[in-house]
Write a protein that binds this ligand. Structure first.
Ligand code: CA
Length: 223
């Protein structure tokens, strides 16, 4: 799952990116509305953390355009504006949730999980494939009831594959899901992570195989 942070306070943006990265999300940071809109048009973000006071306008005013560009996108507004009218205005603009700075990072993560559970943002029942179960809202993987902890990019790749189990997923789509805009990407990037993911699935007896479809992409299926 990719998250876009739109925040012009560099220190806070860096802190947020580190924390969300550690929580297993692939994160990009941008500092204004115009760049954020371009980014949402170009990459499959599942959620945007959006500051309101941005150099080129109010983040809340951007929400309708973001939603039009990517239906189902979850949006959480981050702001120092804590007046009731401002909160109501933010939610009326279409935000899924609203956090007033300064906020607790654990609370932010809980709100992100809640926003991703909302109808239209992400399907919520666990997806089963072989012995493997994937909970889309918690982004938790288990095999025969045992938690399987994957690295961030392995998780991002599995997330996309398992949600389309039995169907071929183009390599481009996996690249988009697993790598941020500033990451170094080589032609072997996806293969490397797929190989690791295969070993993890094999070692845990998940009963799931990832097949390469030459020149196209990958498909996950039961063994
Ligand atoms: Ca700001």
């Amino acid at each position: 799952m990719r998250i876009l942070i739109v925040e012009d306070e560099a220190e806070l943006a860096t802190l947020l990116a580190a924390r969300l990265g550690a929580a297993g999300f692939v994160v990009d940071c941008l500092g204004d509305c115009a760049d954020a809109f371009e980014a949402v048009l170009g990459a499959p973000y599942g959620l945007v953390l959006l500051d309101r006071r941005l150099p080129d306008g109010d983040g809340a005013a951007l929400i309708p355009r973001l939603r039009a560009a990517r239906p189902g996108l979850a949006v959480i507004l981050l702001t120092a504006l804590d007046q009731v009218a401002e909160r109501v205005g933010g939610l009326d603009a279409g935000a899924d949730d609203y956090l007033v700075k300064p906020f607790d990072m654990d609370e932010l993560l809980a709100r992100i999980r809640a926003a991703l559970r909302r109808p239209g943002a992400a399907p919520s029942p666990p997806i089963l494939c072989g012995q493997l179960s994937f909970d889309p809202a918690m982004r938790a993987v288990s095999v025969a009831g045992e938690a399987l902890h994957l690295r961030r990019r392995e998780l991002a790749i599995l997330e996309v594959l398992i949600q389309r189990a039995g169907r071929v997923v183009p390599r481009e789509r996996l690249l988009d899901a697993a790598f941020g805009c500033d990451d170094d990407i080589t032609p072997a990037s996806v293969e490397t992570h797929i190989s690791r993911l295969r070993r993890r699935l094999e070692a845990s007896d998940a009963g799931v195989a990832i097949h390469a479809i030459r020149g196209v992409g990958y498909v996950v299926s039961t063994k």
